[in-house]
Every structure is written in structure tokens, then in C-alpha cells.
Design a protein around this ligand. Structure first.
Ligand code: SF4
Ligand code: SF4
Length: 352
């Protein structure tokens, strides 16, 4: 590790300007803090958190729609634990549960399918959030439901795709990033190729990186080497888990059930073809079509800077509510809720 850090310091000094690198994945943000990586890398390098926390980017409208679905008689909505405290327009799922909505925390979509098989006279809806890491699990669960002829199970899909979000960041003039630490887990599914445009069209060096301290530092070093050598490509540090072509079986499963759709990213807005929706053939598993929840008109909380933080334009401590009006016990925005959220990570580990 010392050899890598020495090279990193030498290269960073030689480049002669400050660098901003973005870690796209929320788990990287947390690991960078947990291992104290900011304290050992050169002062010329600033690490910014990106839009890679699945909870943080889920829109206020989707939270409201999931709650509206849960308010239908005979419906159980299940979701991952982190989603429960994310503020909706007027209430979170946790608050909705306390006033009678049947909302449950489950660890996997398969648990929700089993619940549907046990509760045959109820409708079970899984509120599916997350990136390409989790969407193949949802596709696999729908495949099972299909095989078993389960009719009382459906999915409210709020999945997001990482490459279109990167393109949106690169297209926005106020986002200044010199290179990307690309997500490890997402890339085990999609591989390297979907990111190639980042280097080819935008000339930004990027490295798919693992999650251990040594791997993260090596990922940063690989980016800085590219900058020093004035080249840009998408490289893989996380060779133990990621192949160029990803996991073709998982991708095929995804493509069988889902198609790309425009999606609203909390704090960022609608990004074209940056989400997923179920294909028409699987409409009977689509909770949106089954329950047709009313469109939410809620807006995001005033003064909350999550949108700017997710785009790397601000850091959490620049939000006027950080640590005073907004804390993990009383979160105003999603970035303070999720364990992978950057505000929560700054609050827990940051020196402010
Ligand atoms: S799902 Fe995986 S890749 Fe995405 S933010 Fe979480 S750890 Fe990172
Ligand atoms: S500190 Fe709270 S209000 Fe401010 S950006 Fe973070 S989550 Fe939003």
C-alpha cells in the first residue's frame, strides 16, 4: 500500500493542478470514510460522492406512489429496510405504516414472493429500488412467479441505470470531474463496455474499483496514472469480480423482463432512458399498471441540497441544514437516511 501511495503523491504533485474524482457508488463513499482514505491521499485530490446510492436517488413521487398502493385494502407493500425512513411528499413509509398501511421490510424480493404464496387472499407488491445490482434479482423473482402461476404478486419498479446517469453528469456544465471511480457491484453485472463512452466521448479516465482500502487506493492510482499520461480509458481494478462483458446471463434475464424508460432521479430530474420498466408481456406483474396510483405533485424539501450533492456540485457540509436541521435521527433528505448516503457518511465519519 505504501508503494502505491508514494507513487500517487508523486504523480499528483507532477500534474500541477488539483483533481476532482467522483466515486459513483455509495458503498465506495462509506468505505472511503471508514478506512480514512481521504486522510492519506494527496491534498491535490478531492473525492466527490456521486449518484450511486439507490435510496438517495429514489424519487419523492415513487415513495408517494408506493404508499398510495399500500393504502389499498388487502394490499401488502414490501421493501428494503433503508427505504422506510425516506421522506415522501407528506410522510415516509414508516409513518404510513404507523397509521395503518401494511408495509413490511423484507431482505429479498423472493421473500415477498413467498409472502404472496402464503397470503393468497392479499396482493403483495415489492417496491423495487436500486441499480443493475438488484434489478436482475427482481427479474429472477418474476420468472419464479411466472413459473408458479402466482397472480397476487407484483413489483413497483423504481430501478435506475448507472451509465445514463454518468452521461447526464458529463453533459451538465456545472459538474467538474476529472475521473470516475466506477461501481464494483453494478459492474459485475454490466461489465466494462457500457462505460466506454466516458473515455471515448468525454475523455475522462475511469476505473471499476473494488471495495477494500487497497483496492480503492489502487483504483485512484490507476485514474491518476491515466491523467498523468494524458490518456483516458475505462480500466478494471476489480479483476476478481468484473469481466469486460459482465455477467451475460444476468443481463439476458434483465433484458427479457425489462426495457429502458425515462426515470426521475431525486434532486436531478428526469433523465432519458435512465430507468427500467417491465415489458408489456409482463404487465400483470407491474404494480403501477395494476393499481394505477395517483401522480404525486410533491416537491423536494426546501433548502435540501441532495440534488447538488448527488451531482458532485456541493459537499454535504455546504448544505445549510447539515447537522442542524437535518441529522440521521431527523433526516430531511434521503442522503441523510441511507447508510450509503453521503450526508450520513459525512455525519458519521466526517470531521466538521
Ligand atoms: S448497489 Fe452496489 S454498486 Fe450500487 S451503490 Fe450499492 S454497493 Fe454500490
Ligand atoms: S444535509 Fe439533509 S437536507 Fe442537506 S442535503 Fe443532506 S440530506 Fe438534504
Amino acid at each position: 500500500m505504501k508503494i502505491m501511495l508514494d507513487e500517487l503523491h508523486l504523480l499528483a504533485r507532477g500534474i500541477g493542478r488539483d483533481l476532482k474524482l467522483m466515486e459513483v457508488c455509495g458503498t465506495h463513499t462509506v468505505e472511503i470514510f471508514r478506512h480514512g482514505i481521504r486522510d492519506v491521499i494527496p491534498k491535490e485530490i478531492t473525492l466527490l460522492s456521486g449518484p450511486g446510492c439507490p435510496v438517495c436517488v429514489t424519487s419523492v413521487h415513487d415513495v408517494d406512489a408506493a404508499i398510495a398502493i399500500a393504502r389499498n385494502p388487502g394490499v401488502i407493500v414490501a421493501t428494503f429496510g433503508d427505504m422506510m425512513r425516506v421522506p415522501g411528499g407528506t410522510e415516509s413509509m414508516l409513518e404510513a405504516r404507523s397509521t395503518g398501511a401494511d408495509i413490511r421490510v423484507l431482505y429479498s424480493p423472493m421473500d415477498a414472493l413467498q409472502l404472496a404464496q402464503l397470503e393468497k387472499d392479499r396482493e403483495v407488491v415489492f417496491f423495487a429500488t436500486g441499480f443493475e445490482t438488484t434489478s436482475p434479482l427482481i427479474a429472477g423473482t418474476i420468472a419464479h412467479a411466472e413459473q408458479m402461476g402466482t397472480r397476487n404478486f407484483s413489483v413497483f419498479v423504481s430501478h435506475k441505470l448507472v451509465p445514463p446517469a454518468l452521461r447526464a453528469l458529463l453533459d451538465s456544465p456545472d459538474v467538474q470531474v476529472d475521473g470516475f471511480i466506477l461501481p464494483g457491484h453494478v459492474s459485475t453485472i454490466i461489465g466494462r463496455k457500457p462505460y466506454d463512452f466516458v473515455a471515448r466521448e468525454y475523455r475522462k479516465p475511469s476505473v471499476i474499483t473494488g471495495f477494500e482500502a487497497r483496492e480503492i487506493i489502487e483504483g485512484i492510482l490507476m485514474i491518476v496514472r491515466q491523467i498523468a499520461q494524458k490518456r483516458a480509458s475505462v480500466e478494471i481494478q476489480y479483476r476478481t469480480a468484473v469481466r469486460d462483458e459482465g455477467n451475460p446471463r444476468a443481463v439476458a434475464l434483465l433484458e427479457k423482463y425489462f426495457e429502458p424508460a425515462d426515470a426521475y432521479w431525486r434532486g436531478i430530474g428526469v433523465l432519458p432512458k435512465s430507468g427500467l420498466k417491465l415489458r408489456d408481456e409482463y404487465a400483470s406483474f407491474d404494480a403501477n399498471r395494476k393499481f394505477n396510483p395517483p401522480a404525486s405533485t410533491a416537491t423536494e424539501p426546501e433548502l435540501c441540497s441532495c440534488g447538488d450533492i448527488l451531482r458532485g456540485v456541493k459537499i454535504p457540509t455546504e448544505c445549510p441544514l447539515f447537522g442542524t436541521g437535518c441529522t440521521p435521527d431527523a433526516p430531511v433528505g434521503p442522503c441523510m437516511v441511507s447508510t450509503e448516503g453521503s450526508c450520513a457518511a459525512y455525519y458519521k465519519y466526517g470531521k466538521y
